[in-house]
Design a protein around this ligand. Structure first.
Ligand code: KG4
Ligand code: ZN
Length: 345
């Protein structure tokens, strides 16, 4: 039987992305990120939605061209319904509806967080996909979740951040250091030249599996202000050491709860997902546990860590196989809790 080809659209934040997937095989996965936000030090929602509006048609065209697929070969349109920025989601949702109507194919809504997690099932994302159950540390610019994944559509949130997300912790502390947005990948690079034990920052004391990163941001801010009073070139002269020390603190905070969750639930099969799962220190911290604690680990290929449409197309494929289609009157959801996906089947 011919495997169905699905077009996926991701527009929840500042990346306009379109992918084509055949079964589990990605045929194309094209993204344009929006440099415009760099000068503002964060995503400006109004500018993001305008840029999506401008980019979406060219990105669809390019994705079809790269995959060498005709519109008539597409059997369904998947799109990110949320969570995300409302204006950005509206562009993707409206475009997906129009395309589904014009091609007379079903429309399939996708939860962005579920997509980050299920990106592990894309062919080639890993040597092999994880078996169930597994624990997924889902870390991005907007979310930090510890998730027990029992099945594709059965996920339990074990813990989540009470304030900033891990990606925000990188971006906001990076901003204090004068780095461009998004600071996460820049700090990752700088950290390679620095000593992670140069400086120490505050760690949250929170019970259970929840996270908090706002204390770290404040601790970095006060520390930098104090040091700059003594030496105005402090940040300039210490960027690699500062980046490495902040990165170590974020990774340690993430790993403490991840280790606890693995122990408590007795599930030593661990995946990481989301933009921050591209971080080299986090990846090596997880990798270390493979040897020291015998974890079975899943680190996604870099192209499936930050926002991308292939992961959306992947979930759409799983929903297509279960005939889980959306109505044309579906509307985006800026808040769309991950555990609500359990009710969808
Ligand atoms: O998943 P994503 O692309 O978008 C959201 O859904 O939020 O994640 C973006 C976040 C940003 O905060 C960015 O700084 C962070 O992921 N990020 C990284 C790295 N690459 C992206 N953080 C640390 N190290 C990286 N290499
Ligand atoms: Zn994301």
């Amino acid at each position: 039987m011919k495997k169905p080809i699905i077009l996926g659209i991701e527009s929840s934040c500042d990346d306009t992305s379109v992918a084509l997937i055949r079964g589990r095989e990605v045929l194309s996965n094209i993204s344009t990120s929006q440099d415009i936000h760099m000068e503002y030090g964060g995503v400006v929602p109004e500018l993001a939605s305008r840029a999506h509006q401008k980019n979406i048609i060219p990105v669809v065209g390019l994705s079809l061209q790269r995959a060498n697929i005709q519109q008539k070969d597409i059997v369904a349109i998947g799109f990110t319904r949320g969570p995300g920025l409302m204006g950005s989601l509206l562009v993707g949702c409206s475009f997906a509806k129009s395309l589904a109507m014009s091609l007379s194919v079903p429309l399939i809504e996708v939860n962005h967080l579920q997509a980050h997690i299920l990106a592990h099932f894309i062919e080639g994302a890993n040597a092999s996909p994880p078996g169930f159950p597994f624990i997924c540390l889902t870390v991005s610019g907007g979310h930090t979740l510890l998730v027990l994944v029992r099945e594709y559509f059965d996920m339990e949130i074990l813990g989540q951040t009470l304030d900033d997300a891990a990606g925000e912790a990188f971006d906001k502390t990076g901003k204090i250091l004068g780095l461009d947005y998004p600071a996460g990948p820049i700090m990752d690079k700088l950290a390679k030249e620095g000593d992670e034990n140069s400086f120490s920052f505050s760690r949250p004391k929170i019970d259970g599996f929840d996270y908090s990163f706002s204390g770290l941001k404040t601790s970095v801010l006060y520390f930098v202000q104090r040091e700059m009073q003594k030496n105005p070139d402090f940040v300039k002269g210490n960027l690699p050491n500062l980046s490495a020390s902040i990165q170590k603190c974020i990774v340690d905070i993430l790993m403490v709860k991840l280790e606890k969750a693995v122990m408590k639930y007795g599930v030593p099969r661990v995946a990481i997902a989301g933009g921050v799962s591209a971080n080299s220190a986090l990846r090596s911290a997880v990798e270390k546990r493979k040897y020291s604690l015998g974890w079975e680990i899943y680190l996604p290929k870099f192209e499936y860590t930050t926002d991308n449409a292939a992961m959306v197309a992947m979930v759409a494929q799983l929903k297509y196989e279960r005939s889980l289609f959306s109505s044309l009157s579906v509307t985006p959801r800026a808040r769309y809790p991950l555990n609500e996906i359990n009710l969808e089947i």
